[in-house]
Design a protein around this ligand. Structure first.
Ligand code: IVH
Length: 681
């Protein structure tokens, strides 16, 4: 290939590969297939070999990727955790076989195994007890994820009473079955979170959860495929695996000893077809030299053993036409271009749509409407376009012009420096984002209103009953009874009917009422302030004690809170500087949501915080004077006429129609006696 200026190409490849590594290992959101990555890396390695003086100091060829995170303690690996050299070609397998036979002679025997597509893990057992579990990290040191690994039921905490080495490490792969992956994603969608792109990302994300109690629910499992010990029971890999099996460790079921390369190729070809029937993902076959002595003779390169190689299956591809591009707006406002394709059969399913990820990918591919494209199905749910068949391009085509305005609300799109995705900044005015905020608010880890879900939220939104989170607390029985709608799941294409009968309505209203007991940190998290996740919300609330102090906190006060940096502080300040947000918060406060983590002092009852009330009508639990006294005793003020300064109209039976009209005109919340009772506790 003519590479033009090698320095320029080396720089370009280094930059691109580092970005892809970051997406893969840190963001768990790769945007190219493993094969594309490997091809780019190979191109870089070849160029670097030809021009060693041009190797960039940050070249990805100098290291293997890293999954290190700062939340877990670092563990230095006793044996470096290397990767495997990869190939997609039979020719390179033949070269491997020849190198092996040249090194150790013709008696070499191989063990073929499946290449599980999950997360590498090293388990150390001492005196039969699981002592430590570590991720690969950068190969030299990894993250100590012992507490999380201990939640995985297929990993014994103690091996069975058999002859086992006093100390050994066994490495393997933590993965998710397809069924478990689907379950996790369905739940994430229900809770308003973005689904994982594939089981590997979901497994990686799960292993790095900070709460082991959460990890249990992910249903991770594990295959162990490499025994490391000073005193292994046998002199070959296969027998060691069989021994590990008797210790109660889960070793791969499908392993074959092969004496010739033809046997190896048979194993590969069989699994290239049969993998479709496995309940989990594999991305190839690993071929290992069986004898430990042979392994030692062959040794290692800086990155991988010379006694093993991974043969990767190419993702299945199909040729079809790009008909048009849709732009989807996510719950966070991110815009994702999606290709509409002429339907084509791929890996047994009819494919009509493919992900185009972002504007960069569109221009890198230079894909145009009308182009014939190659689509590929990797581990992802939705296939991707990997290449354009330029020879078939229609003559009059032109490059895709990425949209400039949000297709949902028309707001001009923005793109942050260093970020790939365009986004719609109209957080509070863009329908999918508003629904996303509502879904987040009701989700289990936030206000936990489980009687509402994605479908019901969509229905309330579409009927104009919930345009923001405060509206949920204004819902009344008669607003809800009888509402119905047919909804179609974008994931499955199946439709179902939602209809609000008596019981549903009661459950919804009870759920909303109970949510008022949620502690301050959950309420703060539920508001969906950018960068304020659960942990940050806990830290912030523990520090400031109540909302008013948070609203008035300066940047310095915020950044003085442990783990709160400039980015989070700026986001909090930005959120509270928006008057629409403050209005919503005041309404939530009036409905009795907790905006303080402090215990109320029994002497100063200031639950109403100086709010002004107009009282109208008759009340069942109070006399006219009684209710006024209750307002004043709780720190509220009574005013006689409704004005724009009035905070609430407290309405009893037979409220005067003029007052009601005025309150509605000015948008003053009209609260019932029951609501007033819950405000004052
Ligand atoms: S053996 C020194 N066996 O593939 C090499 N690895 O690309 C030890 N993998 O880091 C690895 N299935 O995470 C081995 N049956 C298998 C495997 C396997 C998946 C992963 C592993 C490794 C990566 C290398």
């Amino acid at each position: 290939m003519d590479v033009g200026n090698p320095l320029q190409r080396i720089r370009q490849l280094t930059l691109a590969l580092n970005e892809h590594n970051h997406r893969y290992y840190v963001l768990n959101a790769p945007s190219i297939s493993d094969k594309q990555f490997d091809l780019l890396l190979k191109e870089l390695e070849q160029l670097e070999k030809a021009h060693p003086d041009l190797v960039q100091p940050d070249s990805p060829s100098l290291r293997i990727g890293s999954d290190l995170t700062k939340e877990f303690a670092a563990v230095v690996h006793k044996y470096p955790m290397l990767s495997l050299s990869n190939t997609y070609s039979e020719g390179e397998l033949r070269d491997f076989d020849q190198r092996v036979r040249k090194g150790v002679g013709n008696t070499a025997e191989y063990v073929c195994e499946l290449k599980f597509d999950g997360v590498a893990i090293g388990l150390t057992y001492r005196n039969g007890l699981l002592e430590q579990a570590a991720t690969r990290g950068d190969g030299t040191q990894g993250d100590d994820v012992t507490v999380n690994i201990k939640t995985i039921r297929s990993i014994p905490l103690k091996v069975r009473e058999k002859e086992y080495p006093k100390e050994f490490e066994i490495r393997g792969e933590v993965y998710l079955t397809h069924a478990q992956f689907d379950k996790i994603n369905a739940q994430r969608i229900e809770e308003g979170e973005d689904p994982f792109a594939n089981p590997r990302n979901a497994a990686a994300g799960s292993l790095k959860l900070l709460d082991p109690a959460e990890v249990v629910h992910r249903g991770l499992t594990c295959y162990l495929y490499n025994l490391l010990s000073e005193t292994p029971p046998h002199n070959n890999h296969y027998d060691n695996m069989m021994a590990a099996k008797t210790w109660g460790l889960r070793v791969p079921e499908y392993m074959a000893r092969c004496k010739t390369l033809d046997d190896v190729l048979d194993f590969i070809n069989n699994w290239d077809t049969d993998r479709k029937h496995l309940p989990f993902d594999i991305d190839g076959v690993v071929i290992k030299v069986n004898s430990i002595e042979h392994q030692q003779q062959l040794g290692f390169t800086a990155k991988s053993p010379r006694w093993a190689i991974a043969y990767k299956f190419a993702a299945e591809q199909a040729l079809t036409k790009l008909l048009s591009i849709d732009y989807q707006v996510g719950r966070t406002g991110a815009i994702t271009p999606v290709a509409n394709l002429q339907p084509v059969l791929l890996s047994g399913t009819m494919v009509k749509r493919a992900s185009l990820h972002n504007a960069d990918i569109i221009s890198q591919l230079d894909v145009r409407i009308g182009d014939t494209v190659i689509v590929e199905k990797g581990g992802e749910i939705i296939p991707k376009i990997v290449e354009v068949e330029l020879s078939l391009r229609p003559r009059n085509s032109s490059p895709v012009a990425f949209i400039a305005h949000c297709p949902e609300c028309g707001t001009a799109l923005l793109r942050n420096e260093g970020e790939a995705a365009h986004f719609c900044p109209s957080e509070d005015g863009c329908p999918p984002q508003i629904k996303g905020k509502l879904e987040h608010f009701i989700s289990r880890r936030a206000m936990n209103i489980d009687s509402l879900g994605e479908g019901k939220i969509a229905l309330l939104y579409d009927k104009g009953l919930a345009k923001n989170v405060a509206d949920l607390y204004d819902l009344e029985y008669n607003d809800l009874l009888g509402l119905e709608k047919v909804i179609e799941s974008p994931e499955t294409g199946k439709s179902k009917m939602i209809s609000f009968r008596e019981k549903t309505v009661e459950n919804i209203l009870n759920g909303i009422e109970t949510s008022k007991l949620a502690p301050f940190h959950k309420v703060l998290f539920a508001l969906g302030i950018r960068h304020v996740g659960e942990t940050v919300a806990k830290k912030v609330t523990a520090h400031v004690g109540n909302l008013d102090r948070l609203i008035s906190a300066t940047n310095d006060e915020l950044t003085a809170i442990p783990d709160i940096g400039e980015r989070i502080a700026a986001s909090i300040k930005d959120y509270f500087s928006n008057s629409a947000h403050l209005q919503i918060i005041e309404r939530l406060r009036a409905h009795g949501l907790k905006f303080s983590s402090e215990k109320p002092a029994s002497t100063s009852r200031n639950r109403l915080g100086g709010k002004s009330f107009v009282v109208s009508g008759v009340f069942s639990g109070y006399s006219r004077d009684g209710i006024k006294k209750a307002i004043e005793d709780n720190g509220g003020k009574i005013v006689s006429a409704i004005s724009s300064k009035t905070d609430f109209v407290l309405a009893g039976e037979n409220m005067g129609p003029e007052k009601k009209k005025k309150a509605l005109e000015l948008g003053i919340p009209i609260i019932s006696e029951a609501e007033f009772d819950s405000m004052i506790g």
